[in-house]
Design a binder for this molecule. Structure first.
Ligand code: PLP
Length: 382
């Protein structure tokens, strides 16, 4: 028997894999994992088909120039900032790779990285694999998961290398305001602290708000790796194509890492996206599209014992069930999948220390009939 010490002894299969497998096993409506229940646009499929001819060898390490240029132009016009396609944009295999490469290119053993709970489940293990020490700051549901920036300052030490942030937020749907950017800038000003900003839901912000990207604030932008994903914006999570936008000196280090992870990402996908990105209508309507789904899903719970928590962005709706049951969220999520056949994600798994909240996360990137049917089943539970 060959044995070796696991590098991640405490890590188990992710909750997304677990809940999706359980949903499949029980034939449940799967509102757990965050992916659309509908296909991408036929025009994008046609572009892919077109570029599958003659574009099947390695792409350049930093990404196909046409895609870097399209992305730089799109980002530049959306945020009204200059972005250099050659020195500030790198195409990678999904935001997951961007997060991994960003952390690994700057975090050395013993460095501290601050993150906020509930936090997307990849962050903590990525920091640990780099030898870093994750410093978790818990956010409270009772405070709409807002960040108390003075508590962040108190956690900064001479060993703080980076701060990981995420807006619009998975799992809570919380979004930052421009005031958050200012407060964040005050926290990091005059330090060497870097920022890894996960903005995969940048085009899904509701009620007329504008996405408060760190790219909009010079003090933040000059120290940030902005990690993005085409998967969430164009309904192509299975393509696993993402990117990192960062200043030249950070991009240089990021690419050193990226070349050893995947070297480069799928060539025909990059060419197809390079064309598709040029049309702003392909992403500008996304907030409205998902806001309608949020409103449809949340309106089903009016008058029920489920409490609908605010969802200001992303495609997640959190529901508080404290008036219904005392069960732990992991137990209830499991039971609902088996009994009423609706799968969700328990929010406690995104915390280092379970705050004891009674909250489940539901992905509403699904067909309307699925959302209505799921809600119908949920309001009947005892
Ligand atoms: C907050 C957040 N970051 C990163 C990712 C991963 O994105 P990708 O599929 O592009 O790797 C996800 C996917 O669910 C996410 O929700």
């Amino acid at each position: 028997m060959i044995s070796f010490p696991s590098k991640q002894p405490q890590v188990q299969t992710t909750i997304f894999t677990k809940m999706s497998a359980l949903a499949l096993e029980h034939g449940a409506l799967n509102l757990s994992q965050g992916f659309p229940g509908f296909d991408c646009a036929p025009a994008l499929q046609e572009l892919l088909q077109h570029y599958a001819k003659g574009h099947n060898q390695y792409a350049p390490m930093a990404g196909v120039p046409a895609l870097r240029q399209s992305l730089a132009a799109k980002t530049s016009s959306f945020y009204d900032i200059p972005v250099d396609a050659d020195t500030e944009v790198t195409i990678v295999s999904g935001a997951t790779e961007a997060l991994f490469a960003a952390i690994h290119c700057c975090v050395s053993p013993g460095d501290e990285v601050i993150l906020f709970d509930p936090s997307y489940d990849a962050y903590d293990p990525i920091i640990r694999l780099a030898g870093g020490i994750p410093i978790h700051i818990p956010l409270k549901a009772s405070n709409n998961f807002a960040i108390d920036w003075s508590s962040v300052t108190a956690k900064i030490t001479p060993r703080t290398r980076a701060i990981m942030v995420n807006s619009p937020h998975n799992p809570t749907g919380a979004v930052w305001s421009m005031a958050d950017l200012d407060a964040f800038a005050q926290v990091v000003k005059g330090t060497n602290i870097l920022i890894v900003s996960d903005e995969v839901y940048e085009h899904i912000v509701f009620d007329g708000a504008q996405h408060a990207s760190v790219l909009l604030h010079p003090e933040l932008r000059k120290r940030s790796f902005v990690c993005g994903s085409f998967g969430k914006t164009y309904h192509i999570t299975g393509w696993k194509i993402g990117y990192c936008i960062a200043p030249k000196f950070l991009t240089a280090e990021f690419r050193k890492l990226h070349q050893w992870v995947t070297f480069s990402s799928a060539t025909p996908l990059q060419y197809a996206l390079a064309e598709y990105l040029k049309e702003p209508a392909h992403y500008l309507g996304l907030s409205d599209f998902y806001q309608k789904k949020r409103d449809l899903f949340s309106s089903q719970f009016v008058g029920s014992r489920w409490k609908v928590l605010p969802s200001a962005g992303s495609f997640f709706q959190c529901l508080d069930y404290s008036a219904i049951s005392n069960e732990k969220d992991v137990d209830l999520a499991d039971r609902l999948t088996r009994e009423i056949k609706v799968a969700s994600i328990p929010v406690s798994v995104f915390y280092e220390t379970d705050p004891g909240d009674k909250i489940l996360r539901f992905c509403f990137a699904k067909e309307d009939e699925v959302l209505v049917e799921a809600a119908k089943r949920l309001i009947q539970i005892l």
